[in-house]
Design a binder for this molecule. Structure first.
Ligand SMILES: *[C@@H]1O[C@H](CO)[C@@H](O)[C@H](O)[C@H]1NC(C)=O
Length: 168
């Protein structure tokens, strides 16, 4: 192969890889939007994505990462799975949030139908309500842990937390 043909072949491979990554991120975004959920629930570093007929999905990120959401540390595992339905994600695994001193799994996410300005996160035995506007864009996510110090939660937010409707 001539050097320039080689270079073209190599750049084609990179282009193809880039397209695959973009398609994966785009289809997750489409899927969230289709289900009435904000696109900023996941970091933008989605590498691959699949969803089954019953809404069971699996997302792989390029790498696990940490973000801060409303001053609360959040952790995204490389593999995130759950069940997507209109207005909700249940049986979620792979996202954690640091509450007081411990990392707790976020097991479910849902919005009101019809839509309100709020979104709800099931964290341990609590349901935390946050403004949906926070999740309009993907969180800034980095491979370094954030906020390793003592984190004092916002009491007002805890007061508005609702008990979980049902234990599964
Ligand atoms: C919940 O997710 C796990 C994987 O994390 C899966 O094995 C299990 O079948 C799921 N359960 C339901 C009820 O969808």
């Amino acid at each position: 192969m001539k050097p320039c043909a080689m270079a073209r072949a190599v750049s084609f491979v990179f282009l193809a890889l880039g397209v695959v990554v973009m398609v994966a991120a785009d289809s997750v975004i489409d899927e969230l939007e289709k289900n009435g959920l904000p696109v900023g629930l996941l970091p933008s570093s989605v590498q691959s994505y699949s969803i089954g007929a019953k809404g069971d999905f699996s997302v792989s990120l390029e790498a696990p990462c940490y973000a801060k959401i409303e001053d609360q540390p959040a952790y995204y595992s490389k593999h995130i799975t759950g069940k997507l339905k209109y207005g909700s994600i249940s049986n979620l695994s792979g996202i954690q949030t640091k509450q007081l001193f411990v990392w707790l799994p976020v097991t479910g996410i849902y919005v009101d139908i019809p839509a309100t300005p709020y979104i709800y996160f099931e964290v341990g035995v609590l349901t935390k309500r946050l403004s949906i506007a926070i999740f309009e864009t993907p969180p800034r996510c980095s491979s370094h842990g954030v906020d390793t110090g003592i984190h004092v939660p916002n009491l007002a937010e805890f007061m508005t937390s609702r008990p979980r409707k049902a234990i599964q």
